[in-house]
Design a protein around this ligand. Structure first.
Ligand SMILES: NC(=O)c1ccc[n+]([C@@H]2O[C@H](COP(=O)([O-])OP(=O)(O)OC[C@H]3O[C@@H](n4cnc5c(N)ncnc54)[C@H](O)[C@@H]3O)[C@@H](O)[C@H]2O)c1
Length: 255
């Protein structure tokens, strides 16, 4: 299937990795549906995609709410005629260990980061299965395969995403849907800025960069390129893959 025959919905499209993915796919002529709770930031991404020649619509809503997700999927199918791919990138990071996390922080983190991709899958998969070649890509994290000190809810939610995608690969691979998950370490986005601001005690950017064998954070466009590949026919045999896009951070002990 060529890119021009591709219709992809992206959650978290207003910022960071979701935004970079939208711009990357727009340049290739993919029909896009942007989904984010931040309508004004999403409007800027929508025009950036349109300026690059893409057929694009935006659907504002909350990724943790079934009705909002259902509406976004249904708008995608109505506007573009079909849906062949989904990128679940919306996410939040909240600090806390098990003794300090409030019920509210635990619940919202799980709701956005784990229930969100589940709801997208629930509503999108029936449409994806109508295409001969379709793909679902979720954005987890290096915290989805190992713990992160002080981020118990975040790490638990991201481990959950890896499990969800592995089950989708088994359940829907036989029906032609490929499901994969990207696990970046630090990426230069507003989320990373926020995490650095709230971490004190010498845990600054230089500290975290020293722990990456490649010595730097990822750029959002590098993550977008990996997602683009997983969505494409060039990744036609990738299913259930946990793609560690982390500069070697989880390859072993380093630094
Ligand atoms: N930046 C990093 O260092 C990093 C590292 C590993 C994984 N990730 C993951 O990558 C994904 C994208 O993060 P980012 O760095 O681009 O962050 P970001 O904050 O730049 O963008 C996240 C987007 O998700 C949207 N969003 C948040 N909650 C939402 C909700 N309930 N409903 C709809 N939209 C919502 C926000 O409005 C925002 O546009 C997240 O899942 C994050 O956990 C980020």
């Amino acid at each position: 299937m060529s890119k021009a025959q591709t219709s992809i919905l992206i959650s978290g499209a207003a910022s960071g990795i979701g935004r970079a993915t939208a711009i990357c796919l727009a340049k290739e002529g993919v029909a896009l549906t942007l989904f984010d709770r931040n309508a004004s930031a999403m409007a800027e991404v929508e025009s950036a995609c349109r300026n690059r020649g893409a057929a694009v619509i935006a659907s504002a809503g909350d990724a943790s709410l079934d009705t909002d997700v259902a509406a976004a999927v249904s708008r995608a199918v109505k506007a573009h005629g079909f849906l062949s791919g989904v990128v679940a990138a919306a996410g939040i990071a909240r600090k806390g260990d098990v003794t300090t996390l409030t019920d509210e922080t635990w619940e919202i983190t799980l709701a956005v980061n784990l229930t969100g991709p589940f709801l997208l899958a629930r509503h999108a998969v029936p449409h994806l299965l109508r295409n001969p070649s379709s793909a679902f890509v979720a954005v987890s994290s290096d915290s989805g395969v190992r713990g992160s000190r002080g981020y118990a809810a975040y790490s638990a939610s991201k481990h959950g995403v890896v499990g969800l995608i592995r089950c989708m690969a088994l359940d829907h691979g036989p029906q032609g849907l490929r499901s994969n998950v990207v696990c970046p370490s630090f990426v230069d986005t507003p989320m990373a800025d926020g995490l650095l601001k709230e971490s004190g005690g010498g845990y600054d950017r230089a500290f975290y960069e020293r722990r990456v064998p490649l010595g730097r954070f990822a750029r959002p466009d590098e993550v977008a390129d990996a997602i683009d590949h997983l969505l494409s026919p060039q990744a036609g045999y990738a299913n259930g893959m946990v793609y560690m896009l982390d500069g070697g951070t989880t390859a072993g002990t380093f630094g």
